[in-house]
Design a protein around this ligand. Structure first.
Ligand code: SAJ
Length: 418
């Protein structure tokens, strides 16, 4: 069993730390966020993720997982799982990876393993981390084994995916790859594929870019459909019957800390990333597009009350990072309207009103922004009775049109030009 330090105990680091701890390793979660550390030491979590609270409680109570705000010296393995945000100019902000790498240097000893999990621009291990780690005087790849092993977990099903997804390990040499593979085998039951660190970085970015570009295609279809008098959702359903076609779903934009950011790392590094760049712009245009649609349906803004259902970046999670709905909210707030938000999951207190009906009281229009499970059983008769207006705008093809209309409400669907 190893002694492992996970640097960054957020959405990726904490579940990873807990999984290693559950397999008997001694794990220390190191984070500069004192709230996260103190919650961890009490066996609590400050994010919403099914099953994670129970697992963390169990491994903390057993004494296998502890939190600290100083880099521990006596570990065999250092795993970096810090955020890689983007700067205003859409370049990667690598400060956290850099400072995490620096914090390891005085702790390093021969035989140690260093793994970068954070999604990073191609060549980060080679060009940013190795020069810093070498300041320890140790030989990278000989004394210390270094690799990039990107996380692939889908928020909402993190524990399942950590265990079952296939994993890429890109070492700076073969022995590094092999050592890191053996490490992750303690909990990962999926196939572990070995490659170089830069290939692993590129793989991770291309996975999220693949999804982003495909969502952009769906969003472009939604816009074209409104222009040309067809229903994009019907097109998707029918086109997807083709055995080699799988068009994704349009929506009010792409959020989260991964898909909405990672493609920019390729745009930054390569002048050939043209489609990727365009896809990002299309997805980023969706909040404005929905905003203009609301304006058109209402015939302009003149003090109406608008209700947004959901602000998180996707359903049934608490995360509002890069949420396109936050952007939509900002746009609406700059107009002469009042906005009520109902989100039973959001972690940022923006979703202040818990009841859909209270949030829709005297509302001119209710906009379904996030398809949280709580919105599945809305009583449209009751909704109609509290609203002043009668428009429901569905940006996710989530509501049943017939149910909405039979309550006397007008149903508008993003992407439907019929
Ligand atoms: N979205 C659409 N239409 C779709 C699918 C998604 O508009 O058809 C939007 C969602 O509403 C959301 C955004 O895209 O705003 C991203 O959601 P997501 O569920 O596609 O992905 P994430 O960001 O939660 O997680 C992704 C995953 N990557 C891929 O599926 C390729 C996950 O496996 C990664 O580990 C994660 O990014 C990450 O951490 O990089």
């Amino acid at each position: 069993m190893k002694s492992i330090c996970v640097i960054g105990i957020g959405y990726v680091g904490l579940p990873t730390a807990a999984m290693f701890a559950s397999k008997g390793h001694r794990v220390v979660g190191f984070d500069v966020n004192k709230n996260a550390v103190s919650a961890l030491n009490k066996g609590k979590i400050i994010i919403e993720e099914p099953g994670l609270g129970e697992l963390v409680k169990e491994v903390v109570e057993k004494g296998n997982l502890t939190g600290t705000d100083e880099c521990p010296k006596d570990c065999d393995v250092y795993i970096i799982a810090v955020p890689t945000p983007i700067n205003k100019d859409k370049t990667a902000d690598m400060r956290f990876v850099e400072s995490a790498t620096r914090s390891i240097v005085p702790c390093l000893e021969p035989g140690n393993i260093v793994v970068l999990e954070s999604t990073s621009p191609p060549r980060t291990v080679e060009d940013l981390m190795l020069p810093i780690l070498s300041e320890s005087g140790l030989k990278m790849g000989e004394d210390v084994y270094v690799a990039h092993s990107p996380e692939r977990i889908l928020p909402g099903q993190v524990l399942y995916e950590l265990k079952n997804n296939s994993r890429i390990v890109g070492g700076i040499n073969e022995i590094s790859s092999q050592k890191v593979k053996e490490l992750y085998e303690s909990f990962c039951e999926g196939e572990i594929c070995l490659t170089t660190s830069t290939t692993a970085e590129m793989c991770k970015l291309m996975e999220n870019t693949f999804r982003d570009v495909n969502i952009a295609l769906a969003n472009e279809l939604a816009k074209m459909s409104e222009e040309l008098g067809v229903n994009a959702w019907e097109v998707i359903e029918l086109a997807n019957k083709h055995p080699r076609v799988n068009i994704l779903s349009p929506g009010p934009g792409v959020g989260g800390h991964c898909i909405a950011l990672d493609p920019w790392f390729l745009v930054e590094k390569s002048k050939n990333a043209l489609l990727i760049n365009q896809g990002r712009h299309i997805n980023d245009s969706m909040p404005e597009y929905v905003f203009e649609k609301i304006r058109k349906i209402l015939g302009g803004f003149n003090g109406q009350l608008i209700t947004l259902l959901g602000v998180t970046y996707k359903p049934n999670i608490d995360d509002v990072r890069e949420s396109p709905i936050m952007r939509l909210l900002d746009l609406l707030k700059h107009e002469n309207v009042v906005v009520n938000v109902c989100d039973p999951h959001a972690n940022n207190k923006v979703g202040g009103i818990d009841s859909v009906y209270a949030a829709s009281d005297r509302s001119s229009m209710v906009v379904l922004c996030v398809n949280h499970k709580e919105f599945e059983d809305i009583d449209f008769e009751q909704l109609r009775s509290v609203m002043d207006g009668n428009v429901i705008l569905d940006t996710r093809n989530f509501f049943d049109k017939d149910k909405v209309e039979s309550a006397g409400l007008r149903y508008e669907l993003l992407g439907n030009g019929r």
